[in-house]
Design a protein around this ligand. Structure first.
Ligand code: FAD
Length: 503
């Protein structure tokens, strides 16, 4: 039996470092393991990453964090999904809810009945059969119905929160639960000359911190996994066209929407992420088609409200780390690679990285097969996530700028080509291993981009068309009327979790 891990060292105190610390504080309970987090007092965190997907709710809940307290502390708002504006064609919008559409009938997915009715020549929009879409359209928010059979139960929500406040919240939480916090700069990393394992990190103040397992959360610097262990990156820029970002915060001029807005611009897309105290705005674009100044001008011309900080510029290294676990170093967050935030996946990948670490938690022998399996799973997960993002660009019908014309011709993976072809045939959705997005999300994209299958699941013919139409009409009406009765998002925040505004 090899010895157990006793000491874990986290380098970096951004969203990743503090999520890892908070989560580890729970994982190490009843184990003889100590955790130390080292964070530079001089190097700022990336400061973006404010839109999430629903598994963040479970992450906080599993830690025992009180939801209302968290929302107030991080100026959070609720997110039912993403409104995609001008992506398919200019002037057309669609919504990607965190939700299924309708309920299965006789074990056949609901969308086949809608496709059947559409193929019969009747006008339908799948979005009319999602309660989350109805709420979002009306600017409303409600918690899901507790009866899982209800069509009003079939949705989840996530948050928009202030990234800096979230890290601060988790810092307090973690330190209270015994995580050691060191504020210092790491200036060197000592490797064992024989094994190549990390033995310790050297701090600029002279201290040396030893450990058994090192978690690299040092952001794009990737101090340990890259700086010390020289694990390089695999380029993803062929699959994702945007390599630059700008971000700016503005004053809120309207009630916050219960969703993120992703607006297709001339050479990329712009985000609007509403918090309780301000709006986060950004533009993700391709340097091949737009220069930084023009990007800034284009974004600033359209943001609502006065800017409250300077525009920040980011180069986006679109790449995945060749392996995220190498010897005794595990990389998370930006140190593990970067895919663009179009579907707010960054924070979720931190969670799934941690989940893999726990499933394959090492002892001091660091079994190479376990390590390889984690790397394999991560690799597959990233490839499928990249496919999902690439789909957003590839399916556009926009041809008004060079950028969008390029997107229509850009190369995509064989796996994605196959998935699109199968959907076009009869509306079936291919799901591969370790997909970050469920069938309903793929369906949102296909229908949002008006990809219409030639046929539908033949079993959907077992119900007479008139009955299908009647059920669809009833469902649409009941969802709209339930949404009408819900509180506005702002009323919901005011009633349950209003944060102090002037901070
Ligand atoms: C433009 C943009 C938009 C994004 N939008 C989203 C989004 O909407 N949703 C989402 O889920 N994700 C988003 N992401 C990703 C998200 O921002 C990151 O996943 C998240 O913030 C985690 O960052 P991090 O903690 O890994 O790195 P950072 O925030 O960069 O933190 C790095 C930490 O390492 C420390 N450090 C660095 N060097 C040293 C040193 N020598 N010694 C000690 N400490 C050191 C720093 O002090 C800091 O504490 C976005 C990313 C970008 C670039």
């Amino acid at each position: 039996m090899s010895e157990s891990i006793n000491k874990i060292v986290i380098v970096g105190g951004g969203t990743t470092g503090w999520m890892a610390a908070a989560s580890l504080s729970q994982f190490i309970k009843d184990k003889a393991i100590t955790v130390t987090l080292i964070e530079s007092p001089d190097i700022a965190t990336v400061g973006v990453g404010e839109a999430t997907i629903p598994n963040i709710v479970g992450f906080n809940k599993d830690l025992g964090i009180d939801e209302v307290e968290l929302i107030k502390a991080t100026q959070a708002t609720f997110k039912l999904g993403i409104e995609f504006e001008n992506w398919h064609k200019k002037g057309e919008n669609f919504f990607h809810p965190f939700a299924d559409y309708g309920l299965k009938i006789d074990n056949v997915d609901f969308h086949h009945y809608v496709n059947r009715a559409k193929l019969a020549g009747n006008k339908h929009n799948l979005q009319d059969y999602s309660f989350a879409c109805a709420l979002a359209r009306q600017g409303k928010f409600a918690q899901a119905n507790s009866d899982p059979q209800s069509p009003l139960a079939d949705y989840s929500y996530a948050y928009h929160f202030d990234a800096v406040l979230y890290a601060e919240f988790l810092q307090k939480f973690s330190v209270k639960r015994g995580i050691e916090h060191i504020s210092a700069n790491v200036c060197d990393v000592q490797l064992n000359q024989m094994s190549g394992f990390i033995e310790s990190v050297q701090l600029a103040d002279g201290r040396k911190i030893e450990g058994d397992l090192f978690i690299d959360c040092s952001g794009f610097k990737a101090l340990l996994i890259d700086g010390a262990m020289k694990v390089g990156l695999d380029d993803l820029s062929k699959s994702l066209p945007c390599d630059k970002a700008i971000a700016v915060q503005t004053e809120l001029v309207a009630d916050p929407t219960p969703y993120t807005r992703a607006i297709a611009n001339n050479a990329g897309w712009q985000w609007c992420i509403p918090l309780q105290h301000r709006m986060g705005n950004g533009y993700i674009y391709s340097s091949q088609f737009l220069n930084d100044q023009d990007a800034e001008d284009e974004m600033l011309a359209t943001v609502d409200g006065k800017t409250i900080n300077n525009v920040r510029h980011f180069d986006l290294p679109l790449a995945k780390r060749k392996v995220i676990w190498h010897k005794n170093c595990f990389a998370l967050g930006l140190a593990a690679g970067f895919i663009e935030p179009l579907e707010s996946l960054g924070i979720s990948l931190i969670q799934s990285g941690l989940a893999k670490l726990y499933t394959f938690f090492p002892d001091k022998s660091f079994n190479v097969h376990d390590t390889a399996e984690v790397n394999r799973l991560h690799n597959v997960e990233l490839d499928r996530a990249v496919d999902f993002l690439a789909l957003h660009y590839k399916l556009t019908k926009r041809d008004d700028t060079e950028f969008w014309r390029y997107c229509q011709t850009m190369p995509i993976s064989d796996a994605l080509t196959h998935k699109i072809a199968v959907y076009k045939s009869q509306g079936q959705i291919v799901m591969y291993d370790n997909e970050s997005f469920e069938e309903a999300s793929w369906l949102s994209m296909f229908t949002g981009f008006d990809v219409n299958p030639q046929r539908f699941d033949v079993r959907a013919k077992n119900i007479p068309l008139e009955l299908v139409e009647k059920n669809l009409a009833q469902m649409k009406a009941s969802m709209n009327s339930a949404a009408q009765q819900a509180m506005t998002h702002q009323q919901f925040l005011d009633k349950h979790c209003r944060a102090e505004r002037d901070i």
